[in-house]
Design a protein around this ligand. Structure first.
Ligand code: FE2
Length: 377
């Protein structure tokens, strides 16, 4: 992540500059068994082990495994004792995202700018050191029990953060071509979307890119509303969803019920070859949502010509959408945890900067079939 250019070109004109963000630093999940989750993300998803903290590094309360694939860093954390905030998080939410960490030039300024605009502090800026240098960390609350950690690492050369030691596995791990976090979606409760849209605008200086209402995103049964917030350079994009009234329970409501509140719904990860990436993930046992084959009978009428042959896309269940700037290819996994909560999206952008609105209906009908099988529609 240190190799990313630090230029902060402004691509979202309405966004404000008081909080320059360099990108997603890492995503931390609290999980019941981090060791086995780490094995899943390594063996199925192709993340490489890079760092560890736990009893062997002098940490007594919890254990964390740090995994990386290109610019995506995951931290998987489990508690080592019977109670405490990590246990409570897992008890409430099941396995899920606790921390969306953002890479910044100045974690002290980030904390001051956001808390002075109304963000609730999790902890004030603090310096952590080891023989590889210093990092400055600070954190604020966002929706649900999720937090944003600001990570300033320009004076640090270690493998992850102070307190962690380099860690590897005695086996080869083959990446699947995942490149970077494209966007991360939050599900919030009834009537709360605009509260959090306002939070990202007012407290973090983000601008709204797109909005979808229940007319855009509804099926015969269920509906939701969504707005997409972006920081100024477009490297951080957070769509925020809330449920809307429908004939049956929406997927957002199902999420909120099982997660016991607001939280991260999906992590969209970019690839430059979605056919290869999804083929490999499927071979390793990852399960994806399927739209009916009839989707492929009319999709090219909607999106026009594309570079790829349609047949491998149809075979894999990859969806296609187009906007004014180009097209995109995307596919969604089934939930990757026990509760029907968090999942992943794999996305390949070919010019398009949007989020696949043209696929929502087909996709949500696919999700409803899954909900029906869970008895939660
Ligand atoms: Fe998405």
């Amino acid at each position: 992540m240190q190799n990313l250019s630090s230029s902060l070109e402004k691509v979202v004109p309405e966004a404000e500059d008081f909080l320059p963000l360099l990108g997603t630093d890492h995503i931390e999940l609290y999980c019941g068994n981090a060791k086995q989750s780490a094995y899943y993300y390594m063996m199925a998803w192709g993340f490489k082990p890079i760092a560890f903290s736990g009893l062997e590094t002098g940490r007594n309360d919890a254990v964390s495994y740090v995994l990386q694939q290109d610019k995506i860093t995951l931290v998987l954390t489990s508690p080592l004792s019977a109670d405490g905030p990590i246990n409570e998080h897992i008890n409430q939410h099941g396995d899920g995202v606790k921390t969306v960490a953002i890479w910044v030039d100045d974690a002290t300024k980030s904390w001051k700018e956001t808390t002075s605009r109304g963000a609730v502090s999790v902890f004030e800026p603090e310096i952590r050191k080891d023989e590889h240098g210093d990092v400055v960390l600070s954190a604020i609350e966002t929706y649900g029990d999720t937090i944003h950690l600001f990570v300033e690492r320009k004076d640090y050369t270690g493998v992850f953060l102070p307190g962690y030691e380099a860690w590897s596995m005695p086996t080869d791990i083959e990446p699947v071509g995942l490149k970077y976090v494209d966007h991360m979606v939050g599900n919030v409760g009834w009537g709360e979307m605009n509260t959090w849209v306002d939070f990202y605008a007012r407290v973090m200086g983000f601008a709204q890119l797109i909005s979808f209402d229940d007319k855009d995103i509804s099926t015969e049964y269920t509906a939701l509303m969504s707005k997409v917030m972006s920081n100024g350079n477009g490297r951080i994009k957070f769509p925020i969803n809330e449920p809307a009234e429908g004939r049956k329970k929406s997927q957002i409501e199902e999420y909120i019920d099982f997660y016991n509140g607001a939280g991260v719904q999906h992590i969209a990860v970019a690839t430059s070859n979605i056919i290869e990436t999804v083929t490999e993930l499927r071979n390793r046992g990852i399960e994806f949502l399927r739209v009916p084959n009839s989707y492929y009978e009319t999709v090219l009428d909607r999106v026009g010509s594309i570079d790829e042959d349609l047949s491998p896309l149809k075979e894999l269940g990859i969806l296609i959408d187009r906007d004014d700037e180009g097209y995109l290819l995307q596919i969604f996994t089934k939930p990757v945890v026990d509760r029907p909560t968090m999942f992943f999206e794999i996305i390949q952008r070919k010019g398009a900067k949007s989020f696949g609105k043209g696929n929502f209906k087909a996709l949500f009908e696919a999700i409803e079939r899954e909900q029906e099988s869970r008895g939660t529609l």
